[in-house]
Design a protein around this ligand. Structure first.
Ligand code: NFS
Ligand code: SF4
Length: 658
């Protein structure tokens, strides 16, 4: 450790105040420096981002290159093969979409695998927890349900949903959920997805050297691929997880590192697929393991989540959440984590070294994701407890042998999580029947100005949580209702915006609605695959009526203010393709003033999609989103209503007449 401290002296010193607004993370960063431990914050501080890559002005798709173009003079040069800046950027962008879509889709397909095995009776550890949702979903996509056994319906549902991934030709099942006019636009442009496997395969083919070399045509396939994620792979992941593990309803839960307990065996699950976490929940509730823990001198076993499977578990079961993506290394610095089990996506390789420094046991569990230096215990759906029990046993051993002092930041915040689209429908509806009508009415009468999705990662290139928090505060102040997922949800939960009392931070109109319904001004809907819930909610709003006839008409906008992953690009692009103005922060991998830039930031909107936007500053981001929402209100003829706020019947008649 001493050697590392000495080394650090010659490098740039990390300014912790500029690195994060998360107090617990800041405390642990200070401790890290005392302990001579390095984190991604430190590395981001000394790693200068490659400027050519940042502009997406390089190509390494063949060995005649890699070719680098000049962002200052984008049309001054082409690649060895003649590829222009637009081709190169569109191809790089397309591959990010393909990778992100593949991640979500492979995750969704894994959930569907579990579902199939449960239905066939081969997996016994999970059951169908929400048969009502199963039936409703089956009915929605055209499966006969009357008088049939759940098991039979489930078999048909499996077969039907499998098409989301494997179908060679024709539209995927969830196209039935897309508002008619939005679907019409997609059909017109030829971007309705077939199976995700096919779309991703074609995307990879088209971006190979010497294939698709028109940025507009490449983008068309990016759109089709992204849609196979949002309305395909991700949506199946969400729906099947709800059916297997329960559909979220509001639940009170704690976030932040104060969720760790010094006198208990602390186990963290960090990753994306809920089945690992669900089985771990069984393991930590097992009397034999609890007894082993108390025999080792612990008060019990404390299970805590991180990142997206954590966001799912907080939403579904109220399991405490220790922090988002940029806190996964720092949480280990507490010395309190006895074991961390990880599966896929957003698992920093840097965790291995930090875990080593504090004697934390780090386990990989998924055959897709081993990490050098971490122990691998494979998680197998037919016998899931073998893996999760083993992790708990090792955690108990580590607890018994704790030697280093434990320092847990005494910080945690309570809030309400778990707003599935079904619950939003129920909550806003009347006594007898759920409905999105009151939401639409409140948008039409101007109490709610519009709806925003604020989602995505944290990224050490910007101050952790700061952009999320400032953006959301600004939006709710201006009466925009915010829906959230993933790491962004945790940023705002830590900042206290998931308490119903946070309604006082909202503008008067939104505040009134929140107080009437008893909801916080910010609604957490789950993990990143659960962005599909936002799509479904938006589609419902269109179907209810009064806010235009396609998703592009809605007074809505999206943002990923601190994004870092390729999955975020896929999500951003399916929101854009669905008709939403989507603003990204941090950096955008593109050279401005190129045709490709113009295409993403303007051209797509002109042909009926949404469009991309970019801003680093949260207030500027809010300004762009609100301007867009107001533009849509104006186009709908509901911009006048806002001045009056309260409406009576005659106002409504006037509106309809206008
Ligand atoms: Ni989403 Fe979840 Fe977090 Fe970003 Fe990573 S955990 S899937 S990619 S960092 S929000
Ligand atoms: Fe260069 Fe063209 Fe090869 Fe890309 S595909 S590396 S631009 S020669």
């Amino acid at each position: 450790m001493e050697k590392e401290i000495k080394k650090k002296k010659d490098t740039k010193v990390l300014d912790i105040k500029e690195a994060t607004i998360c107090e617990a993370t800041a405390q642990m960063l200070k401790k890290a420096e005392k302990d001579g431990v390095e984190t991604a914050f430190h590395r981001a501080n000394t790693m200068k981002a490659c400027p050519i890559g940042a502009d997406s002005a390089c190509c390494k798709h063949c060995s005649m290159g890699p070719c680098r173009l000049n962002a200052k003079d984008p049309y001054g040069k082409v690649g060895v093969c003649g590829a222009t800046i637009d081709t190169i950027q569109a191809r790089n962008f397309a591959r990010m979409v393909a990778t992100g879509a593949a991640a979500h889709t492979d995750h969704g397909m894994s959930m569907l695998d579990v579902f199939r095995e449960v239905v066939n009776g081969n997996v016994k550890d999970y059951t169908i927890k929400d048969p009502i949702k199963l039936e409703a979903l089956a009915k929605e996509i055209g499966i006969e349900v009357e008088g049939r056994e759940t098991e039979d319906i489930a078999k048909d549902l499996y077969k039907e949903l499998e098409r989301t991934y494997t179908q060679v030709e024709g539209e995927i099942p969830f196209m039935k959920r897309v508002p008619e006019k939005t679907l019409e636009t997609w059909r017109k442009h030829g971007v309705v997805p077939r199976g995700a496997m096919r779309e991703i395969m074609e995307m990879m083919h088209r971006t190979h050297m010497g294939v698709d070399q028109h940025y507009e045509n490449i983008t068309k396939q990016s759109t089709r691929t992204a849609l196979s994620d949002g309305w395909g792979g991700s949506m199946v992941a969400t729906e099947i997880s709800d059916i297997l593990f329960g559909t979220p309803t509001p639940v009170r839960a704690d976030v932040d590192m104060g969720c760790l307990k010094e006198d208990q065996v602390n186990v963290i699950i960090h990753g994306h697929e809920p089945n690992l976490f669900e089985s771990m929940l069984d393991s930590v509730s097992d009397p034999t393991l609890i007894k082993a823990a108390t025999d080792a001198g612990a008060e019990g076993i404390n299970l805590v989540g991180m990142c997206c499977s954590g966001a799912e578990m907080i939403s579904r079961h109220g399991i405490p959440h220790a922090g988002n993506f940029m806190s996964t290394e720092t949480v280990l610095i507490t010395g309190a984590v006895d074991a961390m089990g990880v599966d896929v996506q957003c698992i920093k390789q840097g965790l291995v070294k930090v875990a080593e420094c504090y004697g934390t046991k780090l386990f990989t569990t998924n055959p897709r994701a081993h990490i050098e230096g971490a122990e691998h215990i494979e998680f197998e759906e037919h016998e899931p407890r073998k893996c999760t029990d083993a992790i708990v046993e090792m955690a108990i051993v580590r607890f018994k042998n704790r030697t280093l002092p434990v320092e847990i930041p005494n910080i945690k915040t309570t809030g309400i999580h778990g707003f599935s689209h079904e619950y939003i429908n129920y909550m806003l509806g009347g006594t007898f029947r759920g409905s999105y009508t009151p939401l639409n009415d409140n948008i039409i009468n101007g109490r709610i100005r519009g709806v925003a999705g604020v989602v995505g990662c944290t990224n050490p290139r910007v101050k952790q949580d700061y952009v999320h928090v400032e953006l959301v505060k600004e939006l709710i102040k201006k009466d925009v209702l915010v829906l959230q997922t993933g790491c962004s949800q945790i940023s705002l939960a830590k900042a206290g915006l998931y308490k119903p009392e946070a309604a006082h931070l909202a503008g008067s109109g939104l505040r009134e609605v929140c107080e009437t319904v008893g909801m916080p001004p910010v609604l957490g809907v789950g993990s990143c695959v659960d962005n599909s819930r936002i799509l479904i909610a938006a589609a419902e709003m269109v179907k209810v009526g009064g806010l235009g006839d396609c998703m592009a008409d809605l007074p809505a906008a999206g943002a990923a203010p601190e994004w870092m992953s390729e999955k975020a690009i896929s999500i951003g692009h399916y929101f854009v393709a669905s008709g939403v103005y989507t603003v990204f922060g941090v950096t955008f991998p593109i050279v401005e003033e190129t045709k490709f830039h113009k295409h993403l930031f303007e051209g797509l909107e002109e042909v009926g999609y949404g469009k991309w936007g970019f801003a680093k500053d949260p207030r500027e981001m809010a300004r762009l989103m609100i301007a867009h929402i107001d533009k849509k209100r104006k186009a709908l003829g509901i911009d006048k209503a806002r001045e009056r706020v309260l409406m009576d019947m005659s106002d409504r008649r006037d509106l309809k007449a206008a």
